[in-house]
Design a protein around this ligand. Structure first.
Ligand code: FMN
Length: 173
């Protein structure tokens, strides 16, 4: 069984978190239980393979939600990489699998306690799309718009990955 991690990252922080979650999963997963694949949302498949038993979906919080073309342009104007699509567009393009366990995560700035989370918005959009088992996972904090990831958050991402591996080992319920 495979764990697929679809992630979006404009400044690289969510990618760093996603890579660390993947590392935690790999550390926690017995080799016979499967592999972990990371894919940028720009290259993410619109059809999830039957070998995928757990899907993780993560991205940055923009304007209290998932990114939009306008907010991605704003990020690019601040020096971020530009991307063809974000999680929002991918979720609308992907073919739903209603029984597939899906867990979302996001990054947000820690300085201001702003409401809104891309992880919450993505879980809701995924359920609306037909991924009935999509649930909101963790938020990881970044210091400012361009980062870096707040101290201790990558360690938390590693632990969370290992916890998810335990879920996989127990057949994901
Ligand atoms: C246009 C724009 C809007 C943002 N809006 C929010 C917001 O509403 N709440 C928040 O916590 N962070 C907000 N941020 C900060 C992002 O969450 C932060 O840039 C992101 O977590 C960094 O992840 P990345 O390096 O993967 O792009 C915003 C950033 C940009 C560029």
């Amino acid at each position: 069984m495979k764990v697929l991690i679809v992630h979006e990252s404009l400044f690289g922080n969510t990618r760093q978190v996603a890579e660390t979650i993947a590392e935690g999963l790999r550390q926690g997963l017995a080799p016979e239980l499967g592999e972990v694949a990371l894919v940028d949302v720009d290259q993410a498949p619109t059809s999830i393979g039957d070998d995928v038993g757990l899907l993780l979906v993560g991205g940055p919080t923009h304007a209290f939600s998932m990114t939009r073309p306008q907010t991605r342009q704003e990020a690019a104007a601040k020096g971020a990489a530009s991307s063809r699509q974000g999680l929002r567009e991918w979720i609308w393009a992907v073919t739903p699998r209603e029984s597939l366990p899906v867990v979302t995560f996001d990054t947000r700035v820690h300085v201001r306690m702003l409401p809104g989370s891309a992880a919450a918005a993505a879980a809701k959009a995924l359920r609306h799309r037909g991924f009935d088992r999509a649930e909101r996972g963790e938020t990881f904090w970044v210091r400012d718009t361009a980062g870096p990831v707040v101290e201790g958050e990558l360690e938390r991402a590693l632990r969370w990955g290992a916890e998810l591996a335990t879920r996989v080992a127990h057949g994901v319920s």
